[in-house]
Each structure stands twice: as structure tokens, then as C-alpha cells.
Design a protein around this ligand. Structure first.
Ligand SMILES: O=C(O)CCC(=O)C(=O)O
Ligand SMILES: [Fe+2]
Length: 194
């Protein structure tokens, strides 16, 4: 992980892609640990609290929240913590906790275009998505489509070990239909509450 490159990219573009954030052996370990928790996954909803509803026409993934101290994801979480410290030191983002969950998109599912901040709430500052799919190809679909502005978007394949980082309030994005099960760890660095 070249931290200077990450910081430069975030300052200049607001997002960056780290192709090999996690080694492939670690991706395997994390993906199989995730499979062991499969009975704890449930359909993801949209909105918070009373507004929370499950709508497969919007998002079809199943999720399982991960505690920051959970040994299941120790390696990935400690690397993400290092990243957070660098972001704070260089960019003064004041990032505090990482809120994160595993996500599994069954074949045929997707997540429609959205922004990662809930209405009236701006505590999610930086979104990180770490993919856990070894040997993912273009035929498998499931790209993360990041809308850069009104006219341009970027499609990112969810290949194992890759980390995508972007400013949560800046980029609308969607997950295109996946042709096979698509696994990830998604997190949000939150701002310290005043
Ligand atoms: O898995 C991805 O590529 C993005 C997931 C996402 O947008 C979300 O969980 O908010
Ligand atoms: Fe999102």
C-alpha cells in the first residue's frame, strides 16, 4: 500500500483504488471466515431506524455487521486503522470509528444508485469497500459503478484484495447486477461527534 499515492489521489479526485490492499492469502482467510458466519447474515435494508425497510428492487445483498475488535477480520481491520491514521494525519479528517459489515450479493442481485449518507446525517466521511472474490472476471459483472460527475462514470470490478476508497458525501454509486455471488467488506470512517 503506497500511502502517499492514496493521499494524493484522494486530495485530487476524492477517490482511489488500491488493487492489492490485502494479500490473496488474507483474502482467502477472510472469505472463509465470512462463510462461517453465514447463518448470521440478513437482508440489508435502506434508511435508518423507523425508515428502515428491506427493498430488493433497491438492494439485494445480505449483510452482517462486524465489531471493530472482531478477531474475524483482524488483519483487514488493522490495515484499515493504519489507513485511517494516515488520513487523519495528512488530511485532518477527524475520522473516528469504522462502521463496517460483510456483504454478500447473491447471483442476480444489485444495489441501485445511491449516496452513502443518510438524510440529515453527515457522520459518514469516507467509504471503503474491500472485495473478497478471488478470480472475478468481467463476465461475472457486479461492478461498482462510481459516478464521477454528470457525464462520466467508472466501473470497478470487485476483484479479491482490491480496496476502493471514496468520500462518502461526494459520489453516487451503484452495484451492477452480479452474475455470481459477490462478497465484500464495506466500511465507513465516521467523524468524531462533537
Ligand atoms: O459493494 C460495493 O461495491 C458497494 C456497496 C455499497 O455501495 C454500500 O454498501 O453502500
Ligand atoms: Fe454505497
Amino acid at each position: 500500500m503506497d500511502i502517499d499515492l492514496i493521499l494524493d489521489d484522494l486530495v485530487e479526485h476524492g477517490f482511489t483504488i488500491v488493487p492489492q490492499f490485502l494479500e490473496s492469502s488474507e483474502v482467502h482467510i477472510l472469505a472463509s471466515a465470512m462463510q462461517e458466519r453465514r447463518d448470521l447474515f440478513y437482508p440489508a435494508g435502506i434508511g435508518r431506524k423507523e425508515g428502515h425497510i428491506v427493498q430488493e428492487q433497491i438492494r439485494g445483498d445480505n449483510i452482517c455487521w462486524i465489531d471493530a475488535n472482531d478477531p474475524i477480520a483482524a488483519r483487514a481491520l488493522s490495515q484499515l486503522d493504519e489507513l485511517k491514521q494516515s488520513l487523519n494525519a495528512a488530511l485532518y479528517l477527524g475520522l473516528d470509528e469504522l462502521e463496517c459489515h460483510f456483504a454478500a450479493y447473491p447471483a442476480g442481485s444489485f444495489y441501485a444508485r445511491h449516496l452513502d449518507q443518510h438524510r440529515g446525517e453527515d457522520s459518514r466521511v469516507v467509504t471503503v469497500v474491500l472485495y473478497l472474490n478471488p478470480e472475478w472476471t468481467e463476465q461475472d459483472g457486479g461492478e461498482l459503478r462510481l459516478y464521477l460527475d454528470e457525464h462520466r462514470h467508472l466501473d470497478i470490478l470487485p476483484q479479491g484484495g482490491k480496496l476502493v476508497i471514496f468520500l462518502s458525501n461526494r459520489f453516487e454509486h451503484e452495484v451492477l447486477i452480479s452474475q455470481r455471488e459477490r462478497l465484500s467488506l464495506t466500511g465507513w470512517f465516521r467523524r468524531r461527534s462533537m
